[in-house]
Design a protein around this ligand. Structure first.
Ligand code: CTP
Ligand code: MG
Length: 178
């Protein structure tokens, strides 16, 4: 199969998860100081936060809603245009992808805290792929496992992440190039 087509199909499938992963920071900023940490500020016996202040209920809810909206737009597009070969997106699948993505992100933060990384510190490659793994896992409730999509996404996601951050840095939206 044509590799470009396969990459486009994989991106179409994971799109709600990409949006879920990148939108919580907007939700976080919108709510200002009314952010509720998912771990309620609690620490474990190791003296470190369960998840940390970077994981909020606000961000989680916002991310899932954005994912569902994106999936809904995708399903409208597929009802209008004949996108043959592309997995049909649905409201339900978009919810699973969005929730799964942010759940994967929470699991990552749990282990990140245990390893002693402060909130926001880079933990390559887990910061980049946590949400892909979570989204895939939850999507299995509705769609069969597609190892081609998984391999492609695990390779191109860190690359896209790096490229967008670098552009953001060059445009002076970000202080660091990573
Ligand atoms: N965010 C949120 N709620 C979530 C996920 C993310 O409010 N469930 C917001 C937080 O403002 C967070 C930002 O989105 O700082 C970026 O998310 P992420 O990079 O996942 O969090 P980090 O701050 O890097 O925290 P960690 O070290 O735990 O990954
Ligand atoms: Mg981070």
């Amino acid at each position: 199969m044509d590799i470009v087509n396969l990459i486009l199909q994989a991106l179409w499938f994971i799109l709600p998860a990409y949006f879920a992963n990148s939108s919580p920071v907007i939700g976080y900023k919108l709510f200002g100081k009314y952010n509720y940490p998912i771990d309620f500020g609690k620490k474990l016996k190791d003296g470190k936060r369960i998840l940390g202040d970077g994981k909020t209920w606000n961000g989680l809810a916002f991310g899932v809603v954005v994912a569902i909206l994106v999936g809904w737009l995708q399903s409208l597009a597929q009802a209008t245009y004949n996108l043959s070969g592309f997995l049909p997106m649905s409201f339900q699948l978009a919810f699973l992808l969005g929730f799964g993505a942010l759940f994967g992100d929470l699991i990552k933060s749990f282990f990140k805290r245990r390893r002693g990384f402060e909130r926001g510190k880079s933990w390559f490659p887990f910061d980049q792929i946590d949400f892909i793994l979570g989204a895939f896992l939850f999507s299995l409730i509705l769609v069969p496992f597609n190892w081609k999509y998984l391999i492609i996404l695990l390779i191109i996601t860190p690359a896209i992440h790096w490229a967008t951050n670098f552009i953001g840095f060059k445009l002076k939206f970000k202080k660091e190039p990573y």
